[in-house]
Design a protein around this ligand. Structure first.
Ligand SMILES: Cc1cc2nc3c(=O)[nH]c(=O)nc-3n(C[C@H](O)[C@H](O)[C@H](O)COP(=O)(O)OP(=O)(O)OC[C@H]3O[C@@H](n4cnc5c(N)ncnc54)[C@H](O)[C@@H]3O)c2cc1C
Length: 430
């Protein structure tokens, strides 16, 4: 059974190539009866399984492909707090009190990730160096100043940095206007974090299976009954954590987000001299360009960059070349380097730009739509779902629980994001 499957055949993921061993080897071939069935082996499902197992609940997790196959094994590894939108936007969307609870629950999400890493002695290269939302031009600072103030009002330890600090943190001639520094944020090896969560859950007694897609989920004698190949699971409650990777067997989740692709390119380990000259204190950076670009250096000294788009067919060369031009513009000291790794993944976008937690039927929860910010979000939502299931009390759950929700115009909107980013990448001269 393959451990890691690329999204498209020409891809080779850095995270797949540098991963620790996958602790999950089994495919479901038996009939099991548990308290909770978790569907999907990404951060949401794994954090749910871990926190349920911690509380003594019997849990089975079924993953269709391999642990971390979805966004959790493909992302940039920036462990950021909150959501993309400002706290005031969240309060406006959800209402004052629910919005505040939502904001506070995600404010400290990097702390939950680092607590889990420490508590379970995870090997996932967590670098608690902070991240910076960095301005690529002076005009972006007004937005960042307002965002920073709102985050500080929420009690977050972020600070506004000036142009000199931005240049010193990035060592880029472009990033010289300032930004928001979050000292509590971090970078991580995303696939290893997923695999480490899996190992910790198993150690606590959770049973995890991969290559075990659920095919049907039906209600029988007051329990939920799922089938998967030659196996089956009966459970009191179900968490469907398939998010942007929901397949045809989890149709209801499939329709609740718009799939948007992000791609990454990474170099081989940089020479000591070049490595010391880029992002010298190893912050994670993401910028204010229309085609948001992130940069970080991994623990082996490779430069890892990401932006919008899928590496498929003829688009691949266009996007890779654009990323090389962008890299040379941001970090001229890398000029002439080749990309050694490239891969893409899909995020689940929602109209509200906020995650949604659906109750598909009594006892069936389905969180989705993290809009590309899910390391902390998935970890936090999994923990709170476990708390809610154990207590039986939804009042303390800090996210609104909604009925079935469907995004409209999914295909045209997905095409708009894809071709829009491609047009910018073709047209942009550096
Ligand atoms: C390229 C990229 C870059 C990103 N960068 C960042 C970042 O830097 N920081 C950040 O915080 N977030 C980032 N994100 C977002 C983050 O990765 C996701 O929000 C997060 O991983 C979602 O986790 P999840 O567990 O909810 O879903 P996923 O990790 O997508 O897991 C869902 C799983 O469900 C499985 N599944 C589907 N159907 C079935 C079925 N029928 N039966 C069983 N299993 C099934 C899939 O195979 C998949 O493994 C990025 C995402 C992408 C794609």
């Amino acid at each position: 059974m393959p451990d890691y499957l690329p999204q498209d055949t020409a891809e080779n993921s850095l995270w797949g190539a540098s991963a620790i061993a996958n602790p999950v080897r089994e495919q479901l071939r038996e009939s099991l009866q548990v308290d909770v069935l978790v569907v999907g082996g990404g951060y949401t499902g794994l954090s749910s399984a871990l926190h349920l197992a911690e509380r003594g609940v019997s849990v089975v997790l079924l993953e269709a492909k391999s642990i971390g196959f979805g966004g959790s094994g493909r992302n940039a590894g920036l462990v950021n707090a909150g959501v993309w939108q400002n706290p005031a936007y969240v309060r406006k969307q959800l209402g004052e009190e629910p919005g505040n609870r939502f904001n506070l629950a995600l404010r400290d999400s990097p702390a939950l990730v680092s607590d889990l890493v420490e508590c379970y002695d995870m090997s996932c290269d967590l670098q608690q160096t902070g991240t910076v939302h960095i301005a690529h031009r002076g005009g972006a600072m007004k937005y960042l100043e307002d965002r920073c103030q709102q985050l500080q009002d929420l009690g977050s330890a972020v600070e506004l940095i000036d142009g000199e600090s931005a240049r010193e943190i990035s060592a880029s001639p472009v990033y010289r206007h300032g930004g928001i520094h979050d000292p509590g944020a971090a970078t991580i090896h995303p696939l290893n974090y997923a695999r480490s969560l899996a190992r910790a859950s198993q150690d606590l007694g959770a049973r995890l299976f991969q290559a075990s897609a659920i095919e049907t989920l039906t209600r029988q004698n007051d329990r939920w009954f799922a089938t998967s190949g030659s196996g089956e699971v009966s459970a009191e409650q179900v968490i469907i954590a398939t998010n942007a990777y929901a397949d045809n067997n989890s149709q209801q989740v499939h329709g609740s987000t718009v799939p948007v692709f992000i791609f990454h390119c990474a170099t081989e380990p940089l020479s000591a001299e070049v490595a010391a000259s880029i992002i010298p204190r190893r912050h994670g950076l993401w910028d204010t360009q229309a085609l948001l670009t992130s940069s970080r250096i991994d623990s082996a000294g490779r430069l890892v960059m990401s932006s919008a788009g899928r590496l498929r067919g003829s688009q691949r060369a266009i996007r890779e070349n654009w990323m090389a031009r962008t890299r040379d513009w941001l970090y001229p000291q890398t000029r002439g380097l080749d990309w050694a790794y490239r891969w893409s993944g899909q995020i689940g976008v929602t109209s509200s730009k906020l995650p949604r937690v659906q109750l598909l039927a009594p006892g069936v929860f389905a969180p989705a739509g993290y809009n590309g910010r899910g390391i902390g979000t998935g970890s936090v939502i999994g923990k709170h779902l476990a708390d809610t299931i154990v207590s039986g009390n939804r009042d303390d759950f800090p996210f609104p629980i909604e009925a079935l929700y469907r995004e409209k115009w999914r295909r045209p909107r997905a095409a708009y994001y894809s071709y829009g980013s491609l047009a910018l990448q073709i047209g942009q001269r550096r």
